[in-house]
Design a protein around this ligand. Structure first.
Ligand SMILES: O=C(O)CCC(=O)C(=O)O
Length: 268
């Protein structure tokens, strides 16, 4: 699979892309592994989000080698893109508007796999097209106005004009971390996992990468990737791991500190 130049331009222009049924042939395996990754003592009870980080690293590392996933990263970030970790979730209820990052120089994206049929009335992801463009006035001004849609425009969060990404399991959604997104009217048990990726950082900016990696300490992890992800890596997969592996040496100490400060690992 290769993204077309129109698909790439759509992603660059609007900050998201839907690839209908891209992974349909792997769906049964994905759902099975998703279910097995949540341990019996961490079953979702619906009261709040349940989240495991890193996620595909536990039982689905080979997803990173899938030519379709590789092709998304290569087309949008360059062939030497970094894998930046993943999370597996049972979401519960609304997710209010937010960006996953505010990256002006390096492009970060999320590939999202929703495992339930969703539309605007049942928790499908909504995005604000163009909101990823931090260098445009629109994207920049949204940073302040989206803090409180009621104060800005006298409307509730779920009334903010947005594109609803209806999904059928097997679809793949891709969005820029800078893109504002949210979910409304969902059940207390929406299954979803992600794969995060970014452009390879230049040597001069490696501290920025290390600072980003430091954020994973809230999940109480010592390395950004699991041993399985690293130990089973082919030379091709290693291209997407090596920069982070060389720059996550500070994570274990930061996680140890978080274990003292927090009662449980973060849920997102
Ligand atoms: O599906 C949802 O509720 C929100 C997903 C989300 O915010 C994310 O993956 O960053």
């Amino acid at each position: 699979m290769k993204l077309s130049k129109e698909q790439i331009d759509f992603f660059e222009t609007f900050g998201f892309l839907k690839l209908p049924q891209l992974m349909a042939d792997r769906l049964d395996w994905i759902i099975d592994e998703f279910t097995k990754t949540f341990p019996d003592d961490n079953k979702h009870d619906g009261t709040k989000r349940t989240c495991i980080v890193p996620f595909i690293d536990q039982r689905m590392s080979q997803l990173l080698d899938d030519p379709r996933i590789e092709a998304i990263g290569a087309a949008l970030l360059g062939e030497d893109f970094n894998y930046m970790g993943s999370d597996g979730n049972y979401y519960s209820g609304d997710t209010s508007w937010h960006r996953d990052g505010y990256h002006k120089k390096y492009k970060h994206l999320k590939i999202a796999f929703y495992l339930d049929e969703l539309d605007g009335n049942s928790g499908a992801l909504r995005v604000i097209p163009g909101s990823h463009r931090l260098h445009d006035q629109f994207g920049e001004q949204l940073s302040i106005k989206m803090r409180d849609p009621k104060a800005s425009w006298n409307i509730a969060g779920n009334a903010v004009p947005a594109y609803v990404l209806d999904v059928t399991p097997g679809d793949v959604l891709v969005f820029n971390h800078n893109t504002f997104h949210s979910s409304w009217n969902g059940s207390t048990s929406r299954r979803m996992f992600t794969i995060n990726m970014c452009q390879r950082y230049e040597e001069a900016d490696l501290q920025e990468l290390r600072d980003y990696i430091a954020g994973a300490a809230r999940f109480w992890i010592d390395r950004n990737y699991s041993e399985t992800m690293m130990n089973t890596a082919s030379p091709q997969r290693m291209i997407h791991l090596e920069q982070v592996m060389a720059n996550d040496g500070h994570l274990a100490a930061l996680s140890a500190q978080k274990r003292l400060e927090m009662t449980e690992p973060a849920r997102g």
